[in-house]
Design a protein around this ligand. Structure first.
Ligand code: IMP
Length: 454
């Protein structure tokens, strides 16, 4: 046997959200994309919102990987995503208007397409749920994935074949009209106008459509650096999140392989992104949520409003139980901690180190949402630093309590911290270790021992 055939390429990296989404993955993937030849988005749809700030220009991306801002980087929207062509085309036009080329953008032919009936059903179903609502983004994500599982979905490849599309859509729209009219009391859709609209989108998207799994495999063979960019976060995972308050895809690291169509053996490293505190949008239990002044302060200082819906995010203390769960479920190698500067003004900071459930201490994340709703957080209080960290560019620049805070998080989660982010700009970042090219060695040790900078 030729063992060299098993040799791994050096730097295929998955970046995922370690909390409930909105952890600042856009900024971290943007930074790492600099060293990537290919960036792949594997799951989710236009429910995601990545904000990237470059030279005072703010880019809000929903579907297109943040790697698009580097002209040499290929960006692939993979099979596991769901694509709303109208939003995608708008996003492409906006980038082009800002002189960002979309020449290196590729779209998987096997990704599923969000149709107008998906959006209508998503919104109507939420209304019907009343108190049981999930708090979805209303972008049709759940119904698009439901059709995929039910095997009645429309894929990008169907868009490219007008006769096929006509036949499939006529059948599907008539079927969905029954649901719209009879279940939700909504007017029916006109098949012809939907078909005409989507045929126009198809012609504009046609040049970008590829066999994405094959293209990624060819990049692997050429030993290119591939970055798999996660959307949403661990606790929004359909299988491992706080079900039913989750999204309809798999944002965990394993989902990246499925959605991109690659085997897990090509992955070299998994990076989790977590805020220095916790936020969530939508409904569902949130043990460390803060309802008073401190929650408001975190929301204001952190500009915690959804990129996609503009909804205010719920804010709370960092939850170490969630952090440890994210490490386990994703097999995290290291962490990027974002928005540390949001804590700058606080006198004291709390970190959840355990839950109390049914009168007992528990250190493992409960696998069901109703149990989680009954968990009371047990906190460790740490001193704040009450100094601005936004200008810090190395660990040495950080006030000691801020460094101690980071060490405490690394110790609690038993993973090294590789990146610390202190603001939205690219330069407001401390790269503790270069996670793509660097050795598997951290400067912030997981056991909390003093920082070894040699
Ligand atoms: P859906 O993905 O629109 O079906 O929404 C399901 C749940 O996931 C809701 O609680 C949303 O607020 C949440 N969600 C979906 N996408 C994101 C995201 O990108 N960031 C944060 N929460 C999200």
């Amino acid at each position: 046997m030729n063992f060299s055939a098993c040799k791994k390429s050096l730097a295929n990296v998955i970046v995922i959200g370690a909390q409930w989404g909105d952890e600042g993955k856009g900024k971290i993937t943007d930074l790492l994309s600099r060293s990537a030849d290919v960036v792949v988005r594997s799951q989710g749809g236009v429910n995601a919102g990545h904000t990237v700030v470059v030279k005072n220009r703010t880019f809000k991306l929903h579907l297109i990987p943040s790697g698009i801002l580097y002209p040499q980087t290929e960006c692939i929207i993979g099979s596991g995503t769901v694509i709303d062509p109208q939003v995608l085309l708008e996003e492409m036009s906006q980038l082009e208007a800002l002189n960002v080329s979309t020449e290196n953008l590729f779209i998987s032919q096997t990704a599923h397409v969000t149709m107008p009936y998906h959006r209508l059903i998503d919104q109507a179903a939420e209304e019907r749920r009343g108190k049981r609502k999930i708090g979805t983004t209303g972008r049709g994500i759940g119904p698009t994935y439901a059709d995929k599982s039910e095997r009645t979905g429309i894929r990008v490849v169907d868009l490219l074949n007008p006769d096929d599309l006509q036949e499939k859509l006529e059948w599907t729209i008539n079927y969905k009209n029954v649901i719209l009219e009879k279940l939700y009391n909504l007017p029916p859709l006109l098949p012809k106008s939907v078909i005409d609209e989507y045929l126009q989108y198809a012609e504009r998207l046609r040049p970008y459509v590829i066999d994405s799994s094959l293209r990624i495999y060819q990049a692997v063979k050429k030993k290119k650096n591939i970055l798999f960019e996660g959307a949403q976060g661990t606790l929004l995972d359909l299988d491992h999140g706080t079900y039913p308050y989750v999204t309809s895809s798999n944002p965990i690291a394993g989902g990246s392989c499925v959605g991109a169509g690659v085997g897990p053996t090509i992955i070299d490293r998994v990076i989790g992104v977590a805020k220095a505190y916790t936020t969530r949008v939508g409904e569902g239990p949130f043990p460390t949520e803060l309802h008073g002044e401190i929650g408001k302060l975190l929301g204001d200082r952190g500009a915690e409003f959804g990129t996609t819906t503009g909804r205010p995010r719920r804010c709370g203390w960092f939850d170490g139980i969630i952090g440890r769960y994210a490490v386990r479920i994703n097999g995290l190698d290291c962490l990027a901690i974002t928005k540390l500067d949001v804590l700058d003004e606080l006198e004291e900071i709390q970190v959840c180190t355990a839950y109390e459930l049914n009168g007992q201490l528990c250190y493992d994340f409960p696998s069901n949402a109703s149990e989680l709703a009954r968990c009371k957080p047990i906190y460790k209080t740490l001193p704040g630093w009450q100094k601005s960290t936004t200008e810090c560019r190395s660990l040495d620049d950080l006030p000691k309590p801020a460094l101690d805070y980071l060490k405490f998080l690394a110790e609690l989660m038993e993973v090294p911290i590789a990146i610390v982010s202190l603001g939205a700009s690219r330069d407001q970042t401390i790269i503790v270790e270069d996670p793509i090219h660097g050795p598997k060695r951290a400067l912030l040790d997981a056991d909390g021992t003093p920082v070894n900078e040699n």
